[in-house]
Design a protein around this ligand. Structure first.
Ligand SMILES: NC(=O)c1ccc[n+]([C@@H]2O[C@H](COP(=O)([O-])OP(=O)(O)OC[C@H]3O[C@@H](n4cnc5c(N)ncnc54)[C@H](O)[C@@H]3O)[C@@H](O)[C@H]2O)c1
Ligand SMILES: O=C(O)C(=O)C[C@]1(C(=O)O)C=C[C@@H](O)C=C1
Length: 307
């Protein structure tokens, strides 16, 4: 594949940025990668790993002269980063992000960007429970979706170039409107994470009662929950605070269904339970048939070499 952007700046050097760096280098999508992260410790780890061609000590230095700038920081940090880089951006550059929430990121970032850059938000639907500069790997985005969320007036040529980059990193690209993205992701990603956090929290409370039998005898279902609930606390705090409306809407639906199942159990209503579980089993099967279940059969992706 040929070079798509001469210089790419990655702001925030965690799981997603480090995976992007590996994925871009895998097929030579850029000549130079610069990077910046808030903590000096992270910047040093990134230097030791050779994650970027240059790790800079300020975000403004990292973006100077970059043709593509990708904000890879927690959603709650996007506004401050955009304010810092705004005056240093190269005219004509594309600014994108990888935040898990789109409407709040657009509202936070857009006001800080000059008119002469292209702002094209994006969200790779790929991740793991690990974080930090050492957690990335080149295959993270392979056969996963990346959703591009063009804003009003987005330049089509710039959108096409970013689409080609994500395809070059292994992803399939789809386009969505921001509010729709946030509702869909609250169903498929955000609320499931909250439920996993809750279930593991309940088990942790219980383990004090049962003298850690919950941990000792944890079955496959619970282990899957623990993987999800090990995800980065700051990232997920920011996801929920910035996708409040959709999360509360889906949680409302979730608790209604939970109460209905609770009532079915109390009333010995086996028919309701069996009908419900038959319906949900069909969803799992349709995901597998659509080829979206790239994680099965292990627990997540913890067996990927080097992680
Ligand atoms: N982890 C996932 O599964 C996943 C998947 C898709 C998208 N995302 C999104 O990608 C973004 C990054 O997530 P990640 O998993 O790579 O997180 P991470 O915790 O691995 O990395 C975040 C990085 O941002 C840096 N950072 C934090 N605040 C900063 C600031 N103010 N200025 C500069 N750097 C700062 C941290 O030092 C760290 O290097 C988030 O917005 C997240 O919602 C995550
Ligand atoms: O596999 C995981 O660990 C993930 O949770 C990744 C996952 C998700 O699928 O929900 C999490 C957050 C994102 O924004 C995108 C992907």
């Amino acid at each position: 594949m040929s070079v798509l952007y001469d210089r790419v700046a990655l702001i925030g050097l965690g799981l997603i940025a480090s995976s992007m760096s590996h994925a871009m280098r895998r097929t030579g999508l850029t000549h130079e990668i610069t990077g910046y992260a808030k903590s000096a410790e992270t910047r040093q780890i990134a230097r030791d790993l050779g994650l970027c061609d240059r790790v800079c000590d300020s975000a403004a230095d990292a973006v100077a002269g970059a043709d593509l700038v990708v904000l890879c920081v927690p959603v709650g940090a996007m506004a401050a980063v955009a304010a810092e880089i705004g005056p240093a951006l190269k005219p004509g550059a594309t600014v994108s992000d990888v935040g898990s929430v789109k409407r709040a990121v657009i509202d936070a970032v857009a006001p800080h960007l000059p008119d002469n850059v292209h702002f094209i938000p994006a969200h790779p639907i790929a991740g793991t429970e690990h974080s930090g500069p050492a957690s990335g790997f080149a295959e993270l985005f392979d056969d996963r979706f990346c959703i591009i969320v063009p804003v009003e007036g987005s330049d089509q040529a710039a959108v096409d170039q970013l689409t080609t980059l994500w395809r070059g990193m292994g992803s399939e690209v789809d386009v969505m409107e921001a509010d729709h993205h946030d509702l869909v992701l609250s169903v498929t990603s955000h609320t499931p994470h909250l439920i996993a956090y809750t279930m593991v929290g309940v088990a942790d409370d219980l383990s004090r009662v049962t003298d850690s039998e919950v941990i000792k005898f944890s079955a496959a279902g619970f282990r899957d929950f623990t993987r999800i609930a090990a995800s980065d606390p700051v990232m997920w705090r920011d996801v929920f605070l910035n996708n409040k409306q959709a999360t509360l809407q889906i949680l409302g639906r979730f608790t209604e269904e939970l109460f209905a199942l609770q009532r079915a159990i109390r009333r010995d209503d086996g028919a309701h339970l069996e009908e419900y579980f038959t319906r949900t089993r069909a969803i799992r099967r349709s995901i597998i048939e659509a080829g979206q279940d790239t994680d099965a059969p292990d627990f997540g992706r913890s067996k990927v070499p080097g992680r």
